[in-house]
Design a protein around this ligand. Sequence first.
Ligand code: UGA
Length: 437
Amino acid sequence: MASRRVGVIGAGYVGLTSAACLAHLGHDVVCVEKETSKVDLLAAGVVPIAEPRLEELVRQGLANGRLRFTTTRERLASAEVVLLCLPTPMGRDGAADLYALESIMPTLASILAPGCVLVTKSTVPVGTAGRIAELLRRPDVPVVSNPEFLREGHAVQDFLSPDRIVVGSAAPEAATRVAELYTGTKAPVLRTGTASAELAKYASNAFLAMKLSYVNVLAELCERVGADITDVSRTMGLDERIGPLFLVPGPGWGGSCLPKDTSALLNAADAAGVDFELLRATVRANARQQAMIVRKIRDAVAGSSAGSLQGIRIGLLGLTFKAGTDDLRDSPAIAIAEELAAQGALLTAYDPRVPATGNRGLPRIHVVDDPYLVAKDAVAVVLLTEWPEFRELDWAQLAAVTDRAVVIDTRNLLTDETLGGTGFTHIGVGTPISADS
Ligand code: UGA
């Protein structure tokens, strides 16, 4: 495998993971980040985000000299490939905001070496490669689309053992140079046009969102007709055409990617005159799911879905948008907590990755560092994030300190084995209520 000189712009979770993993695969990587404090930390081998193995790979790269961090963009001048890993947040109109990418082009135009390949790695709308080429005005620098498919909490694993790599380009040599960066991963490489590669990323995330909204609505139907979503989804998942993953109902899907990407794809479809009703319904169903969970909680603690939550003490287990991350962005747990607080509930929360100190901008949630404090005098405990360690709690001890031993398990994480003999009434999503006595 040819070792390349690679530049990475941006040290967020995509940029940092890409830089550390490419160095691990044998390339010579310089990662440019504008925040001096972050560069200082990274250069000292300290990784500010929680990603398994990432710190180990960063330290390895620093030690063997294959990975460097800098704020100086001019260091990209010797790169043969430069990856753009800048944020593309949701703009006010729901479309992706490309400001960070576009505004850097004049600088890059004057720095990049002749024949360097410029790669869009972060999620960008269809047409962005062309737009970048226009802004760059460097016909000798081909622009290639090579979107990432990294899950938070599994980013290193997903980079080094991906299901697939897509390289979109009209320039075959540039595409080959990008594809060869991944030789060490053994993943299948799909070579496409730029529009297909750009769209494939949105299409994948939107499809996952659709699968989740489908299973969430199906869970509601299960409750109405006396079926159990666990059995229904297990049956569905054994069909190879459907697959078992992304079939667990929850409090709604969230995070920094699925909500932003479904919205951007809807926006792109609208702009192209395509009525993507299926995706619109997917997004609507997600908002409804959070409202449904709030109703379920009201039902359980106030006796009816119209009952008042004023002054009622509720304990929350989990705040991050999923387990395995410390990310609170677009977390359904937070949205649900905010709604409960708005209705007057008194909330105490525990999350293994959210420290009690500081409360991270959550003024209406009393965050504690002991899960047993969450249950103290609570009328109900609501499990919002599927942290496996919640299964290991001493549920009998939790029951002993609650006001009423009721758990609303929005992730269907707890089992009869966990709760049997503890006195807890278990209310899941799409499953029959089981009362332990
Ligand atoms: C997602 C995609 O899975 C990655 O492939 C993609 O690269 C990434 O976005 C991105 O665009 O950068 P991520 O945002 O880390 O990754 O989160 P997921 O693991 O996809 O989970 C999304 C949401 O679905 C979470 O709220 C999670 O709790 C929920 N979920 C997932 C369920 O409710 N049930 C499931 O069975 C699975």
